[in-house]
Design a protein around this ligand. Structure first.
Ligand code: BTN
Length: 240
């Protein structure tokens, strides 16, 4: 196991810590175990080509670079790791996961994870709403922060290192695979389990979540058939 992080790159401002990590990889200036953080991220990227909102001095925006084998379920393992780090950091077990890896508390999103492959590297980009007091109107109903949940401020630098260590521990514990134990642990945290979800391009299909497959897809049973959802978004009634 590596002693995480091997290198800490703390930036004042960057477009996206994930894009910055890619640049370093391209130039051969990076190695496994590098943790990049930015106080201000001007073009944060989310899953499904969305933008990611963050606020200078309040949000944590970070990327971890690991040299892992390509693994379809890697994003789910990252979800377990961030969930664990937040639980440990806040000494609370109020966190859950919404498939594939949104970290929620009281059905609102606290953290998002964008995993990208580049050459032999896996870039794990993580955004955590730490000391945010308010959110833009378009996300205020579905976002929350540690500040809003616990009523106090937290140290973002300390949290970034803890998340890095947690990622390393989770990958080592599950031996870089979505093994039976990983699947069990993920399912226990996942709020989709057993719930009715809507999915498809316009969320026109519906079914009950019956499990998670080997590759991390959501298994959904509808009236007529079983669906394997490997990408995109699913909607849980009353949540998002
Ligand atoms: C999501 O839930 O859509 C994923 C959000 C990931 C945001 C983080 S912030 C740090 C890193 N750099 C980025 O541009 N995105 C990720």
């Amino acid at each position: 196991m590596i002693n995480f992080p091997l290198r800490l790159v703390e930036l004042q401002e960057v477009d996206s810590t994930n894009s910055y990590a890619k640049e370093l990889i391209k130039k051969g200036e990076i190695f496994e175990g590098t943790l990049i953080t930015a106080r201000r991220q001007t073009f944060g990227r989310g899953r499904l080509s969305r933008t990611w909102h963050s606020k200078e001095g309040e949000s944590l925006t970070m990327s971890v670079v690991l040299e892992t084998p390509p693994l379809p379920a890697v994003t789910l393992l990252c979800g377990i790791a961030v969930n664990r780090a937040l639980s440990h950091f806040t000494e609370s077990n109020c966190f859950s996961l919404k498939w594939p890896n949104d970290v929620l508390s009281e059905n609102k999103k606290v953290a998002g994870i964008l995993v990208e492959r580049y050459l032999d590297f896996t870039i794990i980009g993580i955004g955590v709403n730490v000391n945010n007091r308010v959110f833009p109107e378009e996300i205020e109903n579905k976002a929350t922060s540690l500040r809003l949940i616990f009523g106090k401020d937290f140290d973002t630098r300390q949290l970034s290192v803890l998340i890095g260590k947690s990622l390393e521990q989770v990958f080592t514990e599950y031996n870089y695979s979505f093994c039976e134990k990983a699947k069990r642990d993920y399912t226990a945290l996942c709020i989709n389990s057993g719930k009715e979800v809507r999915f498809g391009e316009d969320f026109e299909k519906a079914g009950i979540v019956t499990g998670i497959s080997e590759d991390g897809s959501l298994i959904v049973r509808s009236e007529k058939e079983e669906h394997l959802i490997s990408t995109g978004e699913v909607f849980i009634s009353g949540i998002y």
